[in-house]
Design a protein around this ligand. Structure first.
Ligand code: ZN
Length: 411
């Protein structure tokens, strides 16, 4: 079976993870998907297939080298899809792309526009999988799962392809930032791993943001507006004042590449009380800390103006740039880059403007860069996968597992 055929089948599971649900997994559909994947893994000859109480599905593609001394490789993808766009009743379709906009839905005039996504034109002559434009597709990250299992199928049918044991894990709840929470690195038992959770084929990423979560609480003083002169302290207006002190140019909508930002995710409030939620993101930890200090200085300034205790800022480190770990394992990135180039594609190594499962796992002792499965426009209705890119991603993995087997155990 081809990887894209698996993806088509997997879109039937509405596995949108739910940030308002406290349990892992956060949606019952993840269980349904995991149980069926478990059967598929067993049918494909994976061994030690286990589904634990938090819906982490693990298994092993058995190695076929006697006296194997190389590293145990791990491959990871996530089963949930984003809930930022509708994820139920997905109707995937294959469109042969010959240029121009991709028409997803004639009747509703829904299309993937070249003007919005100029990189579409890289795929002229390819076959694209999209939804009917009313839902996301879920190639993030079911394309990764499809490719890992297609690799397993290929290796099962080609015993002449020599490789070490390959540990596979499909996780729940990545999209709501919880997929590494219950990830049992020790049980997984890999020496190094890749998440297959990027975008285009040819991506290889080992740099993530450093992340700090910020909560701002503002306490006002409410009094009838008719007699408020020199007495009222309006928390909602102080919240606006706080936000105005943040440089406009350092927000997500004005930054790219290695530029960090402050992002106001949410604000609510009235005269008595206001709350704001920010995130700070920067690839450079020193710069991230400077941003945190800057928010502290706003707190101090506003408390000077309105009285101590008016503004309270709470901050918490969320994740770190995995670069500092991956740097110590250069072969882990040299190998995929070399293979991608051999396949005639110039690798894309631009930093991730976010976090990955791999970032958390790297700090838990499992160095884990990220590879692109050949899909685009995640978390939205214009999401698409490219069949030829998915095939290349599988081909790349087939070469990668053989090359990794020739490396030192402490790669
Ligand atoms: Zn993903």
């Amino acid at each position: 079976m081809k990887a894209h055929e698996r993806l088509l089948a997997y879109t039937a599971y509405p596995t949108g993870s739910d940030p308002n649900c406290e349990t892992i997994p956060s949606s019952p559909a993840e269980w349904d998907f995991a149980r069926d994947l478990q059967k598929e893994m067993e049918q494909l000859g994976l061994t030690n297939v286990t589904l634990d109480e938090h819906c982490y599905l693990m298994g092993e593609i058995p190695g076929n080298i006697d006296n194997y001394q190389g590293p145990v490789l791990g491959l990871i993808a996530h089963m949930d899809v984003s809930c930022e766009a509708p994820f139920e009743n997905i109707k995937p379709q294959i469109i042969h792309y010959e240029g121009g906009d991709v028409i997803q839905n004639e009747e509703k005039d829904l299309r993937i526009k070249v003007s919005d996504f100029p990189f579409l034109e890289n795929y002229i002559g390819c076959d694209i999988i999209t939804s009917d434009g009313t839902t996301l597709l879920g190639a993030d990250n079911k394309a990764g799962i499809a490719e890992i299992l297609t690799l397993a199928e290929y290796l099962g049918e080609h015993p002449e392809v020599k490789h070490g044991p390959i540990r596979v894990c499909f996780t729940p709840d990545e999209e709501i930032g919880r997929s590494s929470d219950e990830f049992d690195v020790e049980k997984f038992g890999a020496d190094c791993a890749y998440t297959v959770d990027g975008d285009a084929f040819g991506e290889c990423q080992w740099e993530t943001f450093n992340a700090i979560e910020v909560n701002v609480y503002i306490n006002g003083f409410s009094i009838h507006p008719g007699s408020a002169k020199n007495k009222m302290i309006n928390a909602a207006r102080i919240a606006c004042e706080f936000d105005h002190m943040i440089p406009d140019s350092e927000t997500p909508e004005h930054t790219e590449d290695h530029e960090g930002f402050y992002h106001l995710c949410e604000m609510k409030g009235d005269v008595e009380h206001a709350e704001m939620e920010y995130i700070i993101r920067d690839h450079d930890w020193e710069k991230a800390k400077k941003r945190a200090e800057f928010l502290r200085s706003i707190e101090t300034f506003l408390n000077g103006r309105y009285g101590e205790g008016t503004v309270e800022v709470k901050m918490e480190e969320s994740y770190h740039n995995m670069l500092e770990i991956i740097e110590k394992h250069p072969r882990l990135i040299e190998l995929p880059l070399e293979i991608i180039r051999e396949m005639g594609t110039e690798p894309d190594t631009s930093p991730i403007r976010g976090g990955t499962d791999g970032a958390f796992l790297s700090f838990k002792g499992l160095p884990c860069p990220n590879l692109g499965p050949g899909a685009h426009n995640f978390h939205g209705r214009r999401e698409f996968a490219v069949i030829q890119s998915m095939d290349k991603a599988v081909e790349m993995l087939i070469t990668l597992v053989q090359r990794i087997a020739c490396e030192d155990k402490n790669i």
